[in-house]
Each structure stands twice: as structure tokens, then as C-alpha cells.
Design a protein around this ligand. Structure first.
Ligand SMILES: [Ca+2]
Ligand SMILES: [Ca+2]
Length: 238
């Protein structure tokens, strides 16, 4: 009887060992399948972060600074954002991302371009390495990176060469009094020079080359210089 009991015990033990092995194989198999499925067919992590409302200058002179700002959001939090510039899918300016506490916020980045050309400036948004959105589709290289939902996650920016003014007056005693033609008086001839050489009336990206009417010496001919001319014209004797 003792022999039979041992035999039955052995059979039972063997049965449980086999079942345990089969269960293990099933668990490992299911895990492998789930891993495969999550990589190959799983939908994008929800929610994908987003960045919108990108603003900043569309034309920048080489060597001058331009600040770009965008709004970033992720319902999941753990947010980080960045604004980059690139050409044809290749990154040219990557300032490094900044953290945002909470689920949304605004960030600004300042770019000082050194090479003339046309650039894509776009925002990027992360939620703790789960997913990232990039504001320009041809810079997206696959999951977990996706195109930003937007709107306005990218813009085209033209970087133009710096131009040295070709018409200047080094020595003119009354220049700061609105005397553009340097004849010693502030009159309507000087106003005419100001009127015809205002920098902000030129095409975007065109450098100012005639600075005779830059009465305040800030490198631009604009309304501030008109005010200088007015103040001196009205107080001058003609
Ligand atoms: Ca004059
Ligand atoms: Ca000026």
C-alpha cells in the first residue's frame, strides 16, 4: 500500500510539474505577443503632446537675434518643449529643450543665425519620453515621434545677409539736429531726405543703405528720426 501511495504521489507531482511548465510557456508566449503587438500595431500613446501658435520674425539678418515663442501642451504633464530651425529635414539650430511645469505653457527661444538661407522654424513637444511631436512633418523619423496637431507649429524664415550702409555722413555738426544734407540748417530738404529713405518703407529683408536721415544714430531711418527733425525744425530759424 505504501508503494502504491508513493506511486500515486509521483504521478500527481509529475502532473503538476508538466502543468506548471505549460503555464509558464503560455505566460511567456502571451507576453511576447503583447510586446510584439504593442510595438507593431499599438495606436500612438495617448495623448501625443502638441505645440501651437508659433510666432516670431519671418525675416532675420545674419548675426542678429530673433526670438520665437510657442505654446506647448500635454494632458499627461511631464512636459518639455523646444523651438528648432532646419533645412530639408536636417536640423540646423537646436537650442535644447526647457521644462514646463503642469500640462501646458509658453516658451521662447532666441536664434542668432549665421548662414544665409531659407529655414523651417518649428516647435517640438515632449511628455517625459513617452511621445514627442515635431511641428514640421519632414523632421519626424517615426514613433514615438509624430507630427504636431497644431495649428501653426512651423513657419518659413528667410535669413538675409547683413549690408553695410553705403550712404553715410561721418562728419556733420548738425546731423543730430535733423540736418540730413549737412548744410547747417534743418529744413524741408532734410525732411524730404527722411521721407524718401525710411527703412521700414523698404521691402522686407532689404537692408537700409542711406542713413543720412538717421538723426538719432540707431542704424534705422524711422519715426524717431522724424521726431528729431520736427523738434529742431520748429525751433530753428529759417
Ligand atoms: Ca539741412
Ligand atoms: Ca534713427
Amino acid at each position: 500500500m505504501v508503494g502504491n501511495q508513493n506511486k500515486h504521489l509521483g504521478v500527481a507531482l509529475g502532473f503538476f510539474v508538466v502543468m506548471g511548465v505549460l503555464l509558464g510557456i503560455a505566460v511567456i508566449g502571451a507576453e511576447t505577443y503583447n510586446n510584439y503587438r504593442s510595438k507593431a500595431y499599438a495606436p500612438p500613446p495617448n495623448p501625443i503632446p502638441n505645440c501651437t501658435s508659433l510666432t516670431g520674425p519671418s525675416s532675420v539678418t545674419v548675426g542678429q537675434s530673433a526670438t520665437y515663442t510657442a505654446s506647448f501642451s500635454s494632458e499627461q504633464g511631464n512636459l518639455g518643449g523646444e523651438i528648432d530651425a532646419g533645412q530639408g529635414g536636417a536640423f540646423k539650430w537646436t537650442p535644447g529643450n526647457k521644462p514646463i511645469s503642469g500640462t501646458s505653457g509658453s516658451l521662447s527661444f532666441t536664434w542668432t543665425p549665421t548662414v544665409v538661407g531659407t529655414y523651417d522654424v518649428f516647435c517640438r513637444s515632449w511628455n517625459d519620453a513617452v511621445a514627442e511631436c515635431r511641428g514640421k512633418a519632414n523632421y519626424v523619423d517615426g514613433p514615438p515621434r509624430y507630427a504636431c496637431a497644431g495649428p501653426t507649429s512651423s513657419m518659413s524664415v528667410t535669413v538675409v545677409a547683413a549690408v553695410t550702409p553705403t550712404v553715410t555722413q561721418a562728419a556733420c555738426n548738425n546731423k543730430t539736429k535733423g540736418d540730413a544734407n549737412c548744410d547747417g540748417t534743418t529744413d524741408l530738404i532734410d525732411y524730404s531726405i527722411w521721407l524718401n529713405h525710411q527703412c521700414n518703407k523698404q521691402a522686407a529683408g532689404t537692408a537700409c543703405t542711406d542713413l543720412r536721415a538717421d538723426f538719432n544714430g540707431d542704424g534705422s531711418v524711422d519715426d524717431a528720426d522724424l521726431q528729431v527733425w520736427k523738434n529742431n525744425y520748429l525751433s530753428d530759424t529759417h
